[in-house]
Design a protein around this ligand. Structure first.
Ligand code: HEM
Length: 416
């Protein structure tokens, strides 16, 4: 992976006439100030008391940023005012992104979403629970006698990918290629919007080139793997078109590869630093299972965008059709106005609100799978490695983007 660009060498967009000076802030979603202190901490630094509901940055092509949980949710929930036509920044790059159905608004989106749900609903996810558990156990058991590991490298980057490849009926030897393509999709490196767009386009085409032959092979098939179910699904009474099937399967690959990987690393860093939180769930499986929602609230990983669908005044701020609005989900569940003491991980928190999985029509289709993977990881890890800590001097490295990456989670634990 190439070097991370710094704020200074990134292109700056001119401020449009409808953006007042007092709403302008220098915020680079790909090189957040203060990221060394932590990803959520870096985003939260923007959510100061009295901050406007939307601020505008000239970086990453020039775009708005929603700063409050209630605003983020409202924007996700209102596709007629805030469209999914472009959801990645910079906009030039987002326009190259061809995954289906993330860029569709209702009603076009609705039948595609039904098809996705037919493959990822709770009943189907329950069917894979034993396989998911076995995948976790197979990875954790060989680590136990070593007394140390890099959780990111040795577990988090492998486990969800293995689970997903098994559900999709894809060979494990393809994992490195797909992981590298998904990194270019969610954290493309480049100094100008054009450079980023070119990289994202290449990654998108790489996904499609991989998926094309798989789809051709499975059309008309009767298998119950996720890809066969998707490519033979119906859209408005007819079999899904070839092009749309390619975009849909590519999205499933991307969604299943990157998000869970980094979410797991985040919560393990926290638990390694807070052994008292591990002690609370060690012998209380009900508390553990109920507490997973709190993990989702506390450790969001996605910052994607919506495009302003029509000229409007939103909460007193003038927006023009085509403006982009970034929605950092870190500013939702961690907003004090949404959840009291948001930094505190409270396994028994009531009335949790968050937008970690977005909200509205595009709310994550894979959330039941993500919940299962998080639950199983916690259960099987704590059963075998009940006490663990960060290695002395360890400093996790974060790389912000549409999905934030955690590059290292060095853990240690006592061995028998
Ligand atoms: C912690 C883990 C995960 C997080 C935080 C997460 C987050 C999100 C978010 C924020 C969106 C909304 C994107 C948008 O429209 O702006 C989304 C959509 C989606 N996610 Fe996830 N996701 C996770 C895991 C998964 C998994 C395991 C899959 C498995 C396939 C998946 C599949 C999808 C799909 C297919 C969509 C598109 C839904 C639609 O457009 O209607 N996600 N996810």
């Amino acid at each position: 992976m190439s070097e991370t660009a710094t704020v200074d060498n990134r292109a700056r967009a001119p401020r449009p006439d409808h953006v007042p000076d007092e709403l302008v802030r220098d915020i680079d979603m790909y090189a957040l100030d203060g990221i060394e202190q932590g990803y959520h901490e870096a985003w939260k630094a923007i959510q100061t008391p009295g901050v406007p509901d939307l601020v505008w940055t000239p970086l990453t092509g020039g775009h708005w940023i929603a700063t409050r949980g209630s605003v983020i949710r409202e924007i996700y929930e209102n596709p007629d005012r805030f469209s999914s036509q472009v959801i990645f920044l910079p906009k030039e790059a987002g326009e190259k992104y061809l995954m289906v159905p993330t860029r569709m608004d209702p009603p076009e989106h609705t039948p595609y979403r039904k098809l996705l749900d037919s493959g990822l609903n709770p009943a189907r996810i329950r069917m894979v629970e034993d396989a998911v558990r076995q995948a976790a156990i197979d990875l954790i058991e060989p680590l136990v006698p070593h007394g140390k590991c890099d959780f990111a490298r040795d577990f988090a980057t492998i486990f969800p990918v293995r689970v997903f490849m098994a559900m999709a009926g894809l060979p494990l030897e393809d994992v490195p290629l797909l992981v590298s393509l998904s990194e270019d999709m969610t954290r493309p490196q480049g100094n100008t919007p054009e450079e980023v767009a070119a990289l994202l386009d290449a990654a998108n085409q790489g996904f499609f080139a991989y998926v094309e032959p798989v789809i051709r092979e499975r059309i008309g098939g009767t298998g119950d793997d996720l890809i066969t179910v998707m490519v033979n699904g119906q859209i408005n009474g007819e079999r899904i078109s070839h092009d749309k099937a390619v975009g849909l399967v590519a999205l499933l690959l991307l969604g299943g590869l990157d998000t869970v990987v980094n979410f797991l690393s985040f919560f393990m860093i926290y638990l390694a630093r807070h052994p008292e939180k591990v002690a609370e769930i060690r012998d209380d499986d009900l508390k553990l299972r109920r507490g997973v929602e709190e993990l989702f609230r506390r450790f969001p990983v996605v910052s994607d965008a919506r495009m302003v669908a029509k000229d409007q005044v939103y909460n007193g701020i003038t927006l023009k059709q085509g403006d982009m609005v970034l929605l950092p989900t870190a500013l939702s569940g961690l907003d004090e106005a949404e959840n009291a003491n948001p930094w505190e991980l409270d396994w028994e928190r009531k009335n949790i609100t968050h937008a970690t999985f977005a909200a509205g029509p595009h709310r994550c289709a894979g959330l039941h799978l993500a919940r299962l993977e998080a639950t199983v990881t916690l259960q099987e890890w704590i059963k075998r490695i009940p006490e663990f800590a960060l290695a002395p001097g360890a400093q996790p490295i974060y790389q912000p983007g549409t999905v934030v990456a955690v590059h290292n989670v060095p853990l240690v634990w006592p061995t028998a």
